[in-house]
Write a protein that binds this ligand. Structure first.
Ligand code: ADP
Ligand code: MG
Length: 364
């Protein structure tokens, strides 16, 4: 099911006595979500992710804008008529019901022509349970399950009616690190198998990057960039997006453009033809540094961390905005730790320039 968001906006009245301006939780969000894709809605806490999801589910009404599921304008439909499955961070299972009864619940509430027989209901419940691999646990109560199992029950319950759209709001946040990894792969597998258009909300960039067909990066209610995870990482549109994606994070420096050259401090580090002279922010991905004896960017070495597959060179530089600079290099490189100074050359496509005023990208 294609989902179309058209100039979607949601404002809340201010709760701040000093500032009476409305809170714009979602601002003019337009996006055509292709049928069958998994979209990662990503951004820091308070950026409007849950509100966006609530508008799509119908739990909240937009201040303006429209929502279509395929040809259907669902903007004014109540949630129960939209054909959606919802999963939240706190599994929200009925504690007094068994797993089976929890999964059956949405089917028992079907009315009129949608009503189905008991046998059909059980068939569907077992099918959904199998999909999330909890069909062995059907007679248990939620408190007899681990967090990961409870979240699977919640996903099965959301899937049992085969929704047109599946909406997940930080579904992995209550799980420990290992289960989080495992469950996110499960969600990806289930989504691939069912081909249900899915919107997955998270503040965790790695989580969003790893399972999404496309990510939407939001801040303060505004969508900053939409694209395939790798494309957004490789080609961020502004400083915020560049900083939000990637572990270790991007290294940011104060720099300046002079005579078609990029300077960090006194070091001329790159040729940048055609960029007007100005002060800039320079973002360098950790994998954008080449450790070379005569490298153009000199930094003070703080330490070397061996991480198995590669090595992390930690250093400082007066122009760096991060307390330390992290460069990831291959283990085949020998870091000369005696001198206390490391020098790097830069890989141009791993270096991004941003305007000091607007923080928008400057292309070179
Ligand atoms: P996220 O899910 O990304 O953490 P939310 O969508 O929950 O963010 O919130 C976005 C903004 O809208 C926040 O500033 C939040 O305080 C505000 N907000 C959310 N719900 C309400 C509400 N019911 N009333 C007033 N303000 C709200
Ligand atoms: Mg939220």
């Amino acid at each position: 099911m294609e989902v179309i968001l058209q100039n979607l906006t949601k404002k809340f009245p201010s709760r701040d006595r000093k500032n009476r301006e409305d809170v714009v939780a979602v601002s003019d969000f337009s996006f055509k979500i292709p049928d069958g894709e998994l979209i990662g809605l990503l951004g820091p806490s308070g950026c409007g992710k849950s509100t966006t999801l609530n508008l799509i589910s119908g739990l909240q009404k937009p201040t303006s804008g429209k929502i279509f599921f395929g040809e259907d304008d669902v903007t004014d439909l109540p949630p129960e008529n939209r054909g959606i499955g919802l999963v939240f961070q706190n599994y929200a299972l009925y504690p007094h019901l068994t797993v089976k009864q929890n999964i059956l619940f949405p089917l028992q509430n079907l009315k009129g022509k949608d009503k189905i027989s008991k046998t059909e209901m059980l068939e569907k419940a077992y099918k959904a349970a199998k999909l999330v691999q909890i069909d062995e646990l059907m007679e248990r109560k939620p408190d007899q399950l681990s967090g990961g199992q409870q979240q699977r029950v919640a996903i099965a319950r959301a899937l049992v009616k085969m929704p047109r759209v599946l909406l997940l709001d930080e579904p992995l946040s209550n799980l420990d690190a290992r289960l989080r990894l495992q469950t996110r792969e499960e969600i990806r597998r289930i989504q691939r198998e069912t081909k249900i258009t899915t919107i997955f909300v998270t503040h965790d960039q790695e989580e969003a990057m790893s399972i999404s067909d496309r990510i939407v990066v939001m801040k303060d209610g505004v969508v900053h960039q939409i694209g395939k995870p790798q494309d957004v990482y490789d080609d961020p549109t502004n400083l915020f997006v560049a900083k939000f994606l990637g572990t270790p994070p991007i290294n940011v420096f104060n720099g300046k453009i002079k005579d078609n050259r990029l300077y960090i401090g006194e070091d001329a580090v790159l040729e940048v033809k055609g960029v007007p002279e100005q002060e800039v922010y320079v973002g360098i991905r950790p994998e954008g540094f080449l450790l070379q004896e005569e490298g153009s960017l000199c930094c003070k070495l703080s330490g070397v961390e061996v991480m198995g597959r590669d090595v992390s060179v930690v250093s400082t530089n007066a122009a760096s905005l991060n307390p330390t600079i992290r460069a990831i290099i291959g283990t085949e490189n020998n870091v000369n730790t005696r001198e206390g100074i490391v020098s790097f050359n830069l890989i141009p496509h791993k270096v991004f320039l941003f305007s000091k005023e607007s923080e928008e990208r400057i292309y070179f």
